[in-house]
Design a protein around this ligand. Structure first.
Ligand code: BV8
Ligand code: ZN
Length: 252
C-alpha cells in the first residue's frame, strides 16, 4: 500500500456512482514489462524523441523510426495486461459514468476488457498510408518489409501522435468533457510532462473533482493533486478496489 493511506473521500467516491475519469500513461504498463519513456532504462534513454517521434524524423529516416516502433510492437505483443489495467476495467464494470483517457499506444487496456476509452496518442496496432491516407489494423510482428508499404505502394506510418502533431480532436474533446463532469479523476503512471494530455487533470481540478495521482515518483501535477498515492499502480489500484468493495474481474 502507498506510503500515505487513501483518504476516506477517495474510498467514498470509489464506492459511489459519481462519474470517474482515469488518465493513464506508460507507468500503468510498467508491471507488464513494457519500458516507460522517461524512467531510467526507459525507451528514450539514449534516444532523442526528436529522432523517432516526430514527423520530421519519419521524413528523414522512416526505417529508423519503424525500427523503434517495430520493437515496441514486439514488446507489447509479448506483454500481458497487469492488475492495474484490470482494476481500471473493473471500475468501469461497476456501471457508473466512466471514461479512460490513455496516452498509451500498447493496447493493454483494450486486452484487459476496457470499453469506455479514448486513445489520446493513437495506437501501435494501426498504420496509415502517407499517400492514400488509408488507415488499417496491422498486427504483424515483426513488420516485414520495414518500412511497410500500402497496397497502393505508399509508405505506411504508425497511427500514433508524434510531437508537433495535433491529438485526435474527438478523443481529446471527450476527455476534456469528462474532466469537467468527473467527481473523481485518477491520474495513473504518467510523468504529466506532455501537453495537452497533462492539462486534463487540471481541468478536472478546476471543475472541483477529487484528483488522485498514483505514481512511485512526484511529477509536476503532484503539488496540485487532491492526494498522491506513492507506489506502483499494480499494487495500489487493486488495494483501493478491495477497500471500496469493487470486485476485480478474474483474469479475462
Ligand atoms: C501538440 C508518440 C501542437 C506516441 C508522444 C516545447 C517544445 C516542443 C514542443 C512542446 C513544447 N512545449 C509543449 C510542447 C508540445 C509537446 C509537448 O508536450 N512536449 C513536452 C515533452 C515538453 N506536445 C506535443 O507536441 C503534442 N502535440 O502539442 O501539437 C499543435 C497544435 C496545433 C497544431 C499543430 C500542432 C503531441 C504530444 C504527443 C507526443 N507523442 N509519443 C508514442 O510513441 O507512444 S509523447 C510520449 O510521452 C508518449 O506518447 C507518452 O504517452 C507520453 C507521456 O509519457 P508518459 O506516458 O507519462 O510516460 P513517462 O515515461 O514520461 O512517465 C512514466 C511515469 O510512470 C513516470 O512518472 C513514472 O514515475 C511512472 N511509473 C513508473 N512505474 C510505475 C509508474 N506509475 C505507476 N505504476 C508503476 N509501476
Ligand atoms: Zn496507400
Amino acid at each position: 500500500m502507498p506510503s500515505t493511506p487513501p483518504s476516506p473521500r477517495l474510498i467514498d467516491l470509489l464506492r459511489g456512482r459519481d462519474p470517474v475519469l482515469v488518465l493513464t500513461g506508460a507507468g500503468v504498463s510498467r508491471e507488464s514489462g513494457i519500458a516507460t519513456f522517461r524512467d531510467a532504462g526507459g525507451l528514450w534513454e539514449g534516444v532523442d524523441p526528436a529522432e523517432v517521434a516526430t514527423p520530421e524524423a519519419f521524413q528523414r529516416d522512416p526505417a529508423r523510426v519503424w525500427r523503434f516502433y517495430d520493437a515496441r510492437r514486439a514488446q507489447a505483443a509479448d506483454a500481458e495486461p497487469n492488475a492495474a489495467h484490470r482494476a481500471i476495467a473493473a471500475i468501469e464494470a461497476t456501471g457508473r459514468p466512466f471514461l479512460l483517457a490513455t496516452q498509451n499506444v500498447d493496447g493493454l487496456h483494450e486486452r484487459a476488457g476496457q470499453r469506455g476509452m479514448v486513445r489520446l496518442h493513437g495506437t501501435l496496432w494501426k498504420v496509415r498510408c502517407t499517400t492514400c491516407g488509408l488507415v488499417t489494423e496491422d498486427r504483424r510482428v515483426p513488420l516485414v518489409p520495414l518500412p511497410p508499404l500500402c497496397a497502393c505502394g505508399g509508405l505506411l506510418r504508425p497511427e500514433v501522435v508524434w510531437f508537433g502533431e495535433v491529438l485526435p480532436m474527438d478523443a481529446f474533446g471527450r476527455a476534456e468533457r469528462a474532466a469537467r463532469e468527473a467527481r473523481l479523476c485518477l491520474v495513473v503512471g504518467t510523468s504529466s510532462l506532455v501537453e495537452p494530455a497533462a492539462g486534463i487533470p487540471r481541468t478536472a481540478l478546476e471543475a472541483g473533482a477529487h484528483v488522485v495521482e498514483i505514481n512511485p515518483e512526484r511529477t509536476p501535477l503532484s503539488p496540485f493533486a487532491s492526494e498522491c498515492l506513492t507506489g506502483p499502480a499494480g499494487e495500489i489500484l487493486p488495494e483501493l478496489l478491495l477497500r471500496a468493495g469493487i470486485p476485480m474481474e478474474t483474469a479475462a
